[in-house]
Design a protein around this ligand. Sequence first.
Ligand SMILES: Cc1cc2nc3c(=O)[nH]c(=O)nc-3n(C[C@H](O)[C@H](O)[C@H](O)COP(=O)(O)OP(=O)(O)OC[C@H]3O[C@@H](n4cnc5c(N)ncnc54)[C@H](O)[C@@H]3O)c2cc1C
Ligand code: SF4
Length: 498
Amino acid sequence: MADPKGFLSTPRESPTRRPVDVRIRDWHEVYTEFGQPALERQAGRCMDCGIPFCHQGCPLGNLIPEWNDLVWRHDWQEAAQRLHATNNFPEFTGRLCPAPCESACVLGINADPVTIKQVEVEIIDRAWAEGWVAAQPPASAALAAGRRVAVIGSGPAGLAAAQQLSRAGHAVTVYERADRPGGLLRYGIPEFKLEKRQLDRRIAQMRAEGTEFRCGVQVGVDVTTAELRASCDAIVLAGGATVPRDLPVPGRELAGIHQAMEYLPLANRVVAAAAERSASGAPGDEVAEPAISAHGKDVVIIGGGDTGADCLGTAHRQGAASVTQLEIMPRPPDSRPGQQPWPTYPMIYRVSGAHEEGGQRVFAVSTQEFRGDAAGRVSGLRLVEVKFSAGRFEPLPGTERELPCQLVLLALGFTGAERGPLLDGLGVDFDARGNVSRDGAYATSVPGVFVAGDMGRGQSLIVWAIAEGRSAAAAADQYLTGESVLPVAIPPTARSLS
Ligand SMILES: Cc1cc2nc3c(=O)[nH]c(=O)nc-3n(C[C@H](O)[C@H](O)[C@H](O)COP(=O)(O)OP(=O)(O)OC[C@H]3O[C@@H](n4cnc5c(N)ncnc54)[C@H](O)[C@@H]3O)c2cc1C
Ligand code: SF4
């Protein structure tokens, strides 16, 4: 156990964010480090419960009490090893996970939970800084017995599956249609939440372990599924849930209305280009204006989730005149509601870093139509307040109003896997929600083809994608060799505590 009285003597400290007026002028990450002594005290608050519910809260089954204890005892190197025992990429989850583990922390029943996520990220940041994170290429005996595996998609699910399979001795090629690997980590999530150097050093580690990356290759088009099947012994599909939900109301066709995933990748690309110029010492490290920019515009974001918050932070950094985020659901309560008791992950009012930076959040409203100017560009939208009754949102008469806007970003979620030459070519089956269906061992309806992450689960979280990637790798390894020592984090049917 960490400090036996830590939870009594030490109050929880939350991670701090850089001042708004400073961070809004750059694209660097928002959070600052605790530093070693303060973090060790926070880790000391862990009670090492008989039944650590945080394990249940974390889809990866991270060994949270073990690394809390090790950090409290100053053994950071061993803590990093225990962290990597269950999680290939703690620097991603430690920055981006909504931390359901903290909602499930036993201390949270009647006090503030342990700041688990901060402990996670500072362990891995220190491990990188100290040089403790090294490539782990497979032993030559494992390599000799290895088979050829293709992983389609290089988001967190594909990366986790590829790393596990490479380490088990298989010759793994990751195919990615974008120009660089990372999936949504690269072109969805903005730099101020995850600096891409975090991603690049993991990719370098994976290359050193033998994983091959073929970027700019769309499987089903640049490589046919028949060619792929002929060149490998197993396939892991990790292509994400990329089909965005639309808003088919009058005026949707006006210029200036875009899906979030049309807007964010362009912003990420210009930031990456500036970071690269700066790193190479080339002149001109300012961030260029992307083809879709919020600069000087009144921006309306439709959708109140994480993707919407990423658009919000991006729009502010691009110099938007105003930003309004609309959400159809009512404002959630400030504290855990009775019907979502501990240890579930409750729907409460949360203020992300992007929300703290400004903009207006409007709840319980629905967009009725977009208005345009003479040039066919969006100039405003008409909304109405709604109330949820009998399973549907009812407009409240007399509450209609118009918001001026010159840029509208749709952040309404994703409807499932993309139908097209990849999935049609392979001939996999789908479930009722439009995801690629799989059995209890991540196998699709096509022998030798497995599926992990959002493509099988539907739109989800990075922690689930990594857990699924690890588990699908174990299933593929078992299929190829008849046995596997790779760990299975979760069955495909596992769901969050809610
Ligand atoms: C804007 C945004 C912000 C988010 N923020 C968070 C967050 O803060 N925290 C969190 O936990 N989750 C967040 N999420 C969700 C999270 O990013 C996803 O759940 C996760 O990335 C899913 O991982 P994946 O590997 O299954 O798929 P993805 O990350 O979507 O990767 C799939 C990859 O497959 C590639 N691909 C698809 N088809 C082909 C093909 N035919 N050939 C080659 N390549 C192909 C795609 O180009 C893509 O790169 C966010 C999502 C979005 C959209
Ligand atoms: S991955 Fe997420 S749920 Fe798991 S320990 Fe880290 S922050 Fe908690």
